[in-house]
Each structure stands twice: as C-alpha cells, then as structure tokens.
Design a protein around this ligand. Structure first.
Ligand code: UDX
Length: 439
C-alpha cells in the first residue's frame, strides 16, 4: 500500500457508464477536475434532462456542477455506452448492484455493461469498478472483458446522498485497488487536485474497504439506537450521553443521531452483502449480524411507541406521518425505514396520511407508496390525526406553525423518531411528545 497527498493532473478522456446516484456526481466531479467526460445513460428521459444541464435526481449543488461541466465542454452525454468508451483512457462502471434474494450483491448489471463495452475499449484502457461490488469482482470483470491490454481497478465511492457533490469534490480519501498497481495509481491521479490521501492497494482490499466502511457506520448507528433505548429504561438523556461520547475524538459526532433505523440504498445492502461474504468464507461475523438484527428491533421500537401513544393499538386509527425518504435532502425512498414503518402501521390497520417534501401527492401513486394517503403539505397530513409521527429529519418540519398543527389534530400527540423537535417547546404548547432516548 502506498499513500500520497496532492499532485497535479492533466485532463484525460473518461467514460462513465450509468447516470445514477453514483455515476452522476462522479462524472460531474471528474469534469470539474478538468477531464473530458462522456456519461452514458440509457434512460432517454434522464438523458434529456441532463442535456438541458439539469440533474434528474434531487442532490444539492448537482444542477450547478452539471451545468458547469456542460458549459465548459468537459461533460457530455450519450445513450450508448459503446459510444462513450470510444477513445476513453478510463471507463468508470457506475451501474447498480442490487441485493439478491440470498443477501449477496447482484452483479448482472456490471457484467452486462462490461460485456457491452469490452470489444470497443481503447487499447490500454483502464476499467474502474465504482459500483459497490463483492470481493473478487475486479477479477470477475477482467474475465468478462477478456482482454490482456485492459486493466481493472476497484475505486469505491463513499458518497452520501444529499451531500454527494460536496463529498466527491472533497473526499476523505481515495481508494484504488488492482493487481496492476500502475493502473491503480493512474486512477488515483484523476483525483490529484483534491487534498485527499490516496490509498493504493490490491483489488480485494479495496473492495473490502467499501464494505467495511458501510458496515462500521451501520454498526455505529445500531449501537446509538440501542443506547437511546437503554437511556429510556434507566432515565438517562440520550442527547447528553451522546454529546459526552462525541467529544471523545476517537468516537466523534458523525453518525451519532438516533433515528428510526438505518436505511438507504447502501447500508442495508452492503451489511447483508458483507455478512454473506463472511458466511461464504466460513467466518462467523456475529457482531455484524447483531447490528442488522438491532436495526429491525429499532423499527419495531418506533412502531411500539406509536401504538403506545395511541392507547395500545393503531387499528382503525388515523396517523399523520412527516417524511418518507430514507433521510433528509434526498428524494430517495429505497430501503427507507419510514416506508417500512408506515407499511407495518398500515398492516396493523392504521390509516396513514403522509407528507414528504419530495413526493408529489397528485402524481400517480407509486408502488412503494401503495396504501398511504399522500398529502400536499404537512398540515394536511396532521389534520384529524390521532398521532403525528416524524420519520425523516427534513429541517423544514422544525419551523412549522405548531399551534396550527395542534388545532388540526384529533389528539395532540407526537412521536418524533428523529429527535427533530424541541420537546419542551411542543409540550408547552400542549402536545404529548415522545422522542428517542429522551424524557
Ligand atoms: C452511505 C454512506 O454514508 C456512504 O459513505 C456510502 O457511499 C453510501 O452509503 P447514504 O446511503 O447516502 O450514504 O446515507 P447516510 O447518510 O450514510 O445515512 C444512512 C442511514 O443512516 C439513513 O437512513 C440515515 O437516516 C441514517 N442515519 C445517519 C441516522 O439514523 N443517524 C445518523 O446520525 C446518520
């Protein structure tokens, strides 16, 4: 492994395959770094939006970054992956790796993309696995491509949705792994204008770093959520307990907020995948299995709080819900704890009136929102409700007119699964309030 700091970069021809949550910020960032980037996306509606210099996903500052890339001439788009890779020195695979039924990562999109472009890659091109892929995938992609002049490098992304632009312009670290060390180092040089430390390692280690990072974050959150539960039992204030923890620099304040459980497109999928990898390798990773089980318990704990607030049962009860995305500042609802909780509440016989700033209540109901009564604003969601459940930490919820909310609700009850509101302020107004780990 070698580590290196700053360096200089000259523009390279780069292809990025897939304009999703990873490919889009990656392409726009590489264009900003001075590379000439062609982004391939099959979805024609998405492509049209991109060509207008707009982002097809809700992501802070991404519109500006895309528009800047287009205006500079460094960023262009095509429907064809084959077209994108023509003459490219680097080809980033940023296609989805969804979870298979056995918990492992499904590599079919990676395989299909590699197969499609294999014969069209420039001599000496470097293919970069940016998607989160199982340990050993670099070798798999090498075999699919089947060309001795082409190297495959693992370069995992660590982008958080909602701050993907910030994260990709100012990464904490760049990890590149390959059995061809020179190729790995060349991929690292693409990011040389950042101040991030570069870790050059082998492909297996690089792939493991990605899973290890997300599994560690998930474990940290499971610990935090369980701790909040313990605080309730012993009468401690989780907020102060976590403050006391966070000031220890070895622990830090990041990822220390209790919530309804961790979700999103990465943490659940990657923890399951790592558990699967461990099992295949004959390694008993019971700690990680415990973190996953603890996350399910957290969902149940929140549902229990709602039931308790409604006198023991939600059957036949109308509930108001604020927030459907898996966290704030994104429109992503994949593996959203909010949807898992609202789904179970509906199964238990509740009528759920939900509002989320990124969900258009008038639009065609989408499959994942089936069973929910979508409302156009947070007040409508609260109207007539026996209890209000805050499930996503959208900042705008803090600044609503709570006297109006109070007047609209059937009962003045709030379950705040994000500890977003000020308990004493809402209690003073007459609400019954319960959060996580606070009295
Ligand atoms: C994550 C990783 O952070 C990122 O490095 C990786 O590349 C992709 O997966 P993301 O899925 O965007 O990013 O979400 P993240 O911000 O990590 O949040 C994950 C989940 O944890 C969300 O459900 C969020 O609400 C929850 N969370 C996060 C908490 O409940 N409390 C916290 O303090 C932080």
């Amino acid at each position: 492994m070698t580590t290196r700091g700053n360096g200089r970069t000259t523009g390279h021809r780069v292809a990025v395959i897939g304009a999703g949550y990873v490919g889009l910020p990656t392409a726009a960032t590489l264009a900003r770094f001075g590379h000439s980037v062609v982004l391939a996306e099959r979805d024609l509606a998405k492509l049209e939006t991109l060509r207008r210099g707009l982002s097809p996903i809700v992501e802070q500052d991404l519109d500006e970054l895309i528009a800047g890339g287009v205006a500079s001439g460094n960023l262009s788009f095509t429907e064809s992956a084959v077209e994108a890779v023509k003459g490219a020195r680097f080809v980033f695979l940023c296609v989805p790796t969804p979870q298979s039924s056995d918990g492992s990562a499904d590599l079919s999109f990676v395989e299909a993309a590699a197969k499609e472009v294999a014969a069209h890659l420039a001599t000496g091109a470097i293919v970069v696995n940016k998607s989160t892929v199982p340990v050993g995938s670099a070798t798999f992609v090498e075999q699919v491509i089947g060309r001795s002049d082409v190297s495959v490098v693992s370069n995992p992304e660590f982008l958080r949705e909602g701050s993907a632009v910030l994260d990709s312009l100012n990464p904490d670290r760049i990890v590149v792994g390959s059995d061809d060390t020179q190729a790995a180092a060349k991929v690292g040089e693409l990011f040389a204008t950042t101040a991030a430390p570069l870790i050059v390692t082998d492909a297996t280690t690089s792939e493991t770093i990605k899973y290890a990072s997300n599994a560690f974050l998930a474990t940290k959150l499971s610990f935090v959520n369980a701790l909040a539960g313990l605080c309730e039992e012993v009468g401690a204030d989780a907020r102060d307990v976590l403050l006391g923890l966070g000031y220890d620099k070895r622990i830090g304040f990041e990822f220390l907020r209790p919530g309804p459980g961790w979700g999103g497109s990465c943490l659940p999928k990657d923890t399951s995948a790592l558990l699967h990898i461990a099992k295949e390798a004959g390694y008993d990773f019971s700690l990680l299995a415990g973190a996953i089980a603890s996350n399910d318990e957290q969902l149940a704990r929140v549902i229990g709080k709602v039931e308790q607030m409604c006198g023991g049962s939600v059957t036949g009860v109308t509930l108001g819900v604020w927030g459907l995305t898996f966290k704030a500042n994104t429109d992503d609802r994949r593996e959203s704890p909010s949807l898992q909780i609202t789904g179970r509440l509906t199964e238990l016989g509740a009528t759920v009136q939900a509002f989320d700033p990124t969900v258009d209540a008038e639009a065609e109901p989408r499959e994942d929102l089936r069973g929910l009564q979508l409302r156009a604003d947070p007040y409508e969601a609260a109207a007539g409700a026996r209890a209000l459940v805050v499930l996503t930490e959208w900042d705008e919820f803090r600044w609503l007119d709570f006297s109006r909310v109070l007047a609209l609700m059937a009962e003045p009850c709030i379950v705040d699964a994000r500890n977003l509101l000020d308990p004493s302020a809402v209690r003073r107004m007459g609400f019954r309030y319960t959060g996580l780990g606070r009295q």
